[in-house]
Design a protein around this ligand. Structure first.
Ligand code: FAD
Length: 381
């Protein structure tokens, strides 16, 4: 079959590869001038530092098959994310762990003592938390909430934490040991030469052609049997029901001679510091040595029509509109909506790859049975 894949990010690449291996002819297009979608990496021309152009990306997964898959296309080196936070005039370790608690409260507690201490801090008058703030207060109490959650969340989401759902904090966000590895997953690492060569290797197949600087236009579907759409769900329909809300990020780039902050990610918890965090890109490739350094000061704000959509907002208003677009998509034949924009969800890279593999399998099964492929293999709601 002739397949059109809109978007040369991980979703388009992984689906395209599986279908190409099954003998289908795949054309992958992207409006941007590079492949890789938001995972795109490139070397800074002046310093040689490997830049995570659309924000830092750390690969982490428990999915053995996904881990084997990425290692088949790139050499991965060990990398663990160890985030720090500057707040209220001091630097602390994140996620909140025993070191953070002892430093913050000026104590020398052991795990059991800290557990009891935090239980004493927690606001137990809140029995049925109705929002993010109440949930955080119920878990960690006001002092830790204000230092590590309140200001950061206000900056990241542009609203009061009382307007966000309690479900964001599902469990106690505190560790009672000195483990400061940001992620829990078994497999964690970074592709030695960045993500873009890995995604190029995935797309390197005789049945795949890639066209950059090529925005989708409706006439492209005339000669194809099926479309996989990894662009914005509302964008496919020309935003005619309205726009799904996103947060966008502004990256203020600056350079430094030497080591600017001594770590890859420094969060800023105080509300009066306008940026959410600073990322220093050479620390994402600790096996490389560079004299110069390139950093991003990261700001979050509501996305306008011309901005890159980063984080789907998915509050009550967006969910109602999303339901309408889902109905539209389900009534549209010949298109499967995939990936973080096509399904309007935040997806880590490993989940994106898993869903892309499952989507390709579902499509191949439909092709074998002669049935119509679904609009969504993973439902956005
Ligand atoms: C700030 C940030 C940090 C992240 N950090 C991590 C991390 O540390 N670890 C992790 O596992 N995941 C991380 N992620 C998630 C990761 O970026 C996604 O999993 C991944 O990018 C999803 O791939 P995708 O192909 O679905 O979408 P994308 O990468 O967004 O690719 C979609 C592509 O479609 C193209 N496109 C859109 N519309 C059109 C059109 N009309 N015509 C042609 N082309 C079009 C776009 O140009 C884009 O290249 C992060 C995400 C963000 C926003």
């Amino acid at each position: 079959m002739q397949i059109l894949l809109v978007g040369a990010g991980l979703s388009g690449a992984v689906i395209g590869r599986k279908l190409a291996e099954a003998g289908h002819s795949c054309r992958i297009i992207d409006a941007r001038s590079h492949i890789g979608g938001n995972c795109h990496t490139e070397r800074d021309a002046d310093t040689g530092v490997m830049m995570h152009v659309y924000g830092p990306h750390i690969f982490h997964t428990d999915d053995q098959e996904v881990w084997n898959y990425v290692n088949g296309f790139a050499e991965f080196l060990p990398f663990q994310n160890r985030v720090k936070s500057t707040t209220q005039g001091a630097v602390y370790s994140l996620p909140i762990n025993l070191l953070t608690i002892n430093q913050f409260f000026g104590k020398t507690m052991r795990p059991d003592e800290a557990r009891d201490f935090i239980a004493g801090q927690a606001d137990r008058t809140i029995e049925d938390p109705q929002n993010f703030e109440e949930q955080a207060l119920r878990f960690v109490g006001r002092d830790l909430y204000e230092a590590f959650f309140k200001g950061y969340t206000e900056k990241q989401w542009g609203c009061a934490p009382t307007e966000l759902p309690a479900s964001i904090l599902k469990r106690l966000p505190v560790r009672f040991n000195y483990d400061d590895n940001y992620f829990f997953h078994r497999f964690q690492g970074m592709p030695k030469d960045g993500y873009t060569p890995m995604i190029a290797a995935i797309m390197d197949h005789p049945n795949i052609t890639v066209q950059l600087d090529t925005p989708y236009s409706a006439d492209m579907t005339a000669t194809v049997d099926h479309v996989f759409w990894s662009g914005p769900l509302d964008g496919f329909f020309g935003y005619d029901l309205g726009r799904l809300g996103y947060r966008t990020l502004d990256f203020e780039r600056f350079t430094h001679d030497g080591d600017y902050q001594g770590c890859a990610v420094m969060n800023y918890g105080d509300r009066d510091v306008p940026w959410t965090r600073i990322t220093e890109h050479k620390h994402f490739s600790p096996w490389e040595i560079h004299d110069g350094s390139v950093c991003y000061r990261e700001y979050s704000r509501a996305a306008g029509p011309q901005d890159i959509p980063y984080y789907p907002i998915r509050l009550v208003k967006e969910k109602a509109l999303l339901a309408d677009y889902i109905a539209r998509a389900r009534a549209t034949e010949g298109v499967t909506f995939v990936g973080r924009l096509g399904t309007y969800r935040y997806l880590d890279m490993d989940v994106t790859i898993r869903e892309a593999m499952d989507t390709a399998d579902a499509f191949l099964n439909c092709a074998r049975r002669g049935t119509a492929p679904p609009a969504f293999v993973t439902s956005p709601d």
